[in-house]
Design a protein around this ligand. Sequence first.
Ligand code: SF4
Length: 280
Amino acid sequence: LGCIIKCSNIYPKEDGTHHVSCLEYESDWAFGANCCIDNLDHIAELIRICNDIGLDTIETGCTLAVAMEGGLIEFGDGKGAINLINEVGKGTPLGRIIGNGTEFTAKALGVSRVPTVKGQSIPAYEPRAVKGIGVVYATSTMGADHTSGYTIAPEILSIGGKEDPLNVEKSKLARAFLDTTALIDSTGYCLFIAFAILDISEGFAGVIDTINGVLGTNLSGDDWVNIGKEIINKERAFNTAAGFTSSHDRVPEFMNIEKLPPHNVTFEVSEEILDSVYKE
Ligand code: SF4
């Protein structure tokens, strides 16, 4: 309400009536390119069912892809995918397997190519093609979350600087995005303000002004980064106490073995680089 970015949309049925809102980019990728489903109506229906029964669309898209890899249905089978997700809503034994997500389904079907970090499914950006976002996925406290540090901005969109996506030296970039994103999230601002403030200094100053105005504080830009760092360090301490180690800060094994066209590269980021993200 009142947001001038207005990023949402309504996807209609053929007769013009409401089908689903919104048909969002990550959801479209998760069920579309990720599962080779090229029928937008099928994708819309998959999103509608997820909204209805409370499933995350990225997680469910990756679960379906693993189910396809495991032979439950063929890649590209939109109607089969809809049937599978409906099983989740009905609570059948198969539905309970699918509803438990990508890692659970992979174990049930014996699939070894599993696109997850810390149990969370990888979104639309490929770590082998865009190394910085891969470092974020690997080291984020909550798993493969593109919204925990959107390095795609400088790596692909040339927003907030320009970074070669295939350069592996991304530990500092990842940490900077993890810290600043943690602060944006803690303020309650929508993360999409990042696009407006990464390249516009008045926008950045304006956000700090609003935080100071609401809280009665006198925070500076440096304070912003330090608070974000503190938030991430606390989350990290929580994970450590819960049993997480550096062995969990890794991309899926197959991404270190299988080359991705057209660059024909594996992830290539060393464990030393991944482990250095939190050493500063
Ligand atoms: S998600 Fe963010 S950018 Fe999109 S409409 Fe809501 S507040 Fe605006």
